[in-house]
Design a protein around this ligand. Structure first.
Ligand code: HEM
Length: 300
């Protein structure tokens, strides 16, 4: 139902929106700088604003969803915390679908209600919208923050983001996706029949988890896989967006956001530096990331 909405061609209409969101977010950071927390002030705000506009939820509460997003992927506090966060977010979207049935908006929720409202009920459409909202900001946010962390030690790439060609920026973003792979495992697949999978016996019905991180650092595919190479060829492609029928719906949107946001950040704040002593990486989360990244945007 949604795949046609997420092709590169169809998404190109969002280029101006993404640029506007990036510039407004950078303006806000400049107004409050030179200190900033890159997670809260930038990483989450850019994809959250883009995805909520795309869905047709421009007034949605950023602070609430910021907490819920992290809580859903965090499995360190047990299932109750994660499912509780999932329920609140889904209920909000189910209610929004119900509301838009009588007053459909311009965004994706309005389009789903108009085109598929008879086939699916509010719970089903709300669940789809919730998947898009969640998939659409927690992952891109994590990529933006961890990319900035990594790029702090990569002056050549930081410079290329400011002055490089589109192809050079694309190569950097693809290499960041390969190195950082924020969604660490693909969704579980279940074997339809008995298999011998690389010498391991998998029985019908067994779950199979694929480590995308490990695939993206496989020395049989990548030379010197643990080294960040801003000029690495973009073929073969990495597996940061998964593979096959459930490959990430928002891969092209994610790429567009990363290119615009990282380029915008490097151009606006070329002297950005990390100021935190100890960086807290998430310990038990399906989406890997950093919960706070203090930076100085320019020298006062
Ligand atoms: C850089 C950012 C992103 C990364 C690294 C990422 C990564 C992934 C991965 C690894 C999967 C599972 C694929 C599999 O099991 O084969 C996935 C699924 C998904 N992603 Fe993303 N994603 C990103 C951005 C987005 C965005 C912006 C959206 C917004 C639409 C999105 C929506 C989804 C959805 C709806 C699914 C489920 C697809 C299905 O089950 O068929 N993602 N993503």
């Amino acid at each position: 139902m949604l795949t046609p909405e997420f092709t590169r061609r169809r998404l190109s209409r969002l280029d101006p929106l993404i640029d506007k969101v990036v510039q407004e977010t950078l303006d806000e950071m400049a107004a409050h700088g030179p200190e900033a927390d890159l997670v809260f002030d930038f990483g989450f705000r850019v994809p959250f604003r883009v995805i909520s506009e795309l869905l047709g939820l421009p007034e949605i509460d950023f602070d609430l969803f910021h907490q819920l997003g992290a809580a859903r992927f965090d499995v360190s506090k047990g299932g109750d915390s994660s499912f509780g966060a999932a329920t609140s977010s889904r209920e909000f979207l189910i209610a929004e679908v119900a509301r838009q049935r009588t007053d459909p908006g311009e965004g994706l929720i309005g389009a789903m209600v108009r085109d598929h409202g008879d086939e699916f009920d509010d719970v089903e459409l709300g669940g789809v919208a919730d998947g898009v909202l969640l998939g659409g900001y927690e992952t891109s946010a994590s990529m933006l923050v961890m990319s900035t962390f990594l790029l702090a030690g990569q002056p050549e790439a930081w410079q290329l983001l400011q002055t490089g060609s589109d192809d050079e920026v694309t190569a950097i973003v693809e290499e960041l996706l390969r190195m950082l792979t924020p969604v660490q495992i693909a969704f579980a697949r279940f074997a339809r029949e008995d298999h011998d999978l690389f010498g391991k016996q998998v029985r019908k019905g067994d779950p199979v988890l694929v480590s995308l991180v490990q695939a993206n650092r496989d020395p049989r595919t990548w030379d010197d896989p643990d080294t960040f190479d801003p000029h690495r060829s973009t073929t073969p492609s990495h597996l940061a967006f998964g593979h096959g029928m459930h490959r990430c719906l928002g891969a092209e949107l994610g790429r567009m956001e990363l290119k615009a946001a990282l380029r915008g950040l490097a151009r606006r704040f070329p002297d950005l530096e990390l100021t935190g002593e100890d960086i807290d990486f998430r310990e038990l989360s399906i989406v890997y990331g950093i919960d706070s990244l203090p930076v100085r945007l320019w020298q006062p």
